[in-house]
Design a protein around this ligand. Structure first.
Ligand code: FAD
Ligand code: FES
Length: 362
């Protein structure tokens, strides 16, 4: 499908788009107090939006949290529900000390409230639920692991080893649910709780002892930065390859992915490049202003390209450059191995060559 309508902008041109196809309001239908400092919010998806909210276990929602100071802030929360088990979506939010959004949600979320969210996103999920899985979590890092573990047990055939570290027994989120899951699938899942109050912080040596038998499992790690560094060191020591190691870094978004998209003005002097894009089974050719980011171009032209943060931090918009060259203005998420495979972030890519071919295949 060729789009010829936007070729050759002769005059300054700016386009505004509200990216509606990704922005939805979901109603909170239940608030579950998991621990003294964590709540789960159960969100109902209207039947008309079911297809938009299909997700992989391990993906997250981006939530717009109202603020009197800045209008709103955007924060990502992993889904703790399983697409194989739960009709509704569930996110689990743990208070961050002095954090704005997490405390706002814990204090103010109530049944009947509507939350504005972006559709599920992220690349932190098993490519096959039949793989054996090593899940390494601390604190609120358990959230995507719950979704992955439940989904693997119900929808897959592999074994699951979950290492789950917490400060003390009172801070364990999903403790009772994990006991039930272990009782139901005794041959498929093994949960190792590590309580700092009893054993101190987990060390590299302790993790090497613990994980040694699982070096061939697909491995997922999520927790505070220091915990993840320790886990990474131990996993590298036992020989877990980069290809099998998946890491979810929790951080707060600085920008506003809900904001309107405005393409920068283009002038005669800036002859646009041409981009051929393969997305959702369709191939499209567009003229690409030199100073426009690829994601902004696609969304303003009405194409349903994936995204979440729009600031180079989450890799939801990752795509492959098949021909030509692009430049990323910012990249806080793709690693060297990704770049060698030709991956780029659509939300940060501008054209370098006159002609570029892109495929959304992630
Ligand atoms: C992929 C992903 C998945 C995640 N999943 C989870 C999860 O499942 N569970 C979970 O608990 N967390 C999760 N997180 C972390 C989460 O997104 C937030 O980073 C976390 O909740 C802390 O946010 P916060 O606003 O409370 O804290 P901070 O980001 O530390 O908040 C402080 C910031 O808010 C600003 N601020 C203070 N007051 C206001 C105000 N009134 N208005 C506007 N700004 C203000 C301050 O200036 C400061 O910049 C995830 C993150 C990512 C990237
Ligand atoms: S949308 Fe998050 S990196 Fe592009």
């Amino acid at each position: 499908m060729a789009d010829n309508n936007d070729r050759g902008h002769d005059t300054p041109n700016s386009v505004v788009e509200t990216s509606n196809s990704h922005v939805h309001a979901l109603q909170v239908v239940e608030v579950i107090k998991e621990t003294a400092d964590a709540v789960s919010l159960v969100l109902e998806v209207p039947p008309a939006s079911f297809s938009k909210f299909r997700y992989h276990p391990g993906q997250f929602l981006t939530v717009k949290v109202p603020s009197e100071r800045t209008g709103s802030v955007a924060r990502c929360y992993s889904l703790s529900s399983s697409p194989h088990l739960d009709d509704d979506l569930v996110v689990t939010v743990k208070r961050t000390s002095d954090g704005y959004a997490s405390n706002w949600l814990c204090d103010n979320a109530e049944v009947g409230m509507s939350l504005t969210v972006l559709t599920p996103s992220g690349v932190f999920y098993p490519k096959s639920l039949d793989s054996d899985l090593l899940l390494v979590a601390a604190g609120s890092g358990i959230t995507p692991m719950m979704s992955i573990a439940k989904s693997a047990l119900i929808g897959g055939t592999g074994s699951v080893y979950l290492f789950y570290a917490n400060r003390d027994a009172d801070t364990v989120i999903f403790g009772a649910e994990l006991d039930e899951i272990e009782a139901e699938f005794p041959d498929r899942i093994n949960v190792e709780h590590w309580l700092e109050s009893e054993r101190g912080l987990p060390t590299v040596d302790a993790m090497i002892d613990d994980f040694g038998a699982y070096a061939n499992f697909d491995t997922f790690v999520c927790g505070p930065t220091a915990f993840m560094e320790t886990a990474r060191e131990a996993l590298t020591a036992i020989g877990v390859s980069n290809a099998r190691l998946h890491v979810e870094v929790y951080r707060s978004l600085a920008g506003d992915p809900f904001a309107e998209i405005v393409l920068p003005a283009t002038y005669d002097a800036d002859a646009p490049a041409t981009v051929t894009v393969e997305l959702n089974g369709e191939t499209t050719e567009l003229s690409w202003p030199r100073n426009a980011k690829l994601l902004d171009l696609l969304l303003t032209r009405g194409y349903d390209a994936p995204y979440s943060c729009r600031e180079g931090a989450c890799s939801a918009c990752a795509c492959t450059v098949r021909a030509g060259e692009v430049k990323m203005l910012r990249n806080d998420t793709l690693v060297d191995a990704d770049l060698r495979m030709g991956l780029t972030l659509a939300c940060q890519s501008v054209p370098v060559t006159d002609s570029v071919e892109i495929v959304f295949d992630q």
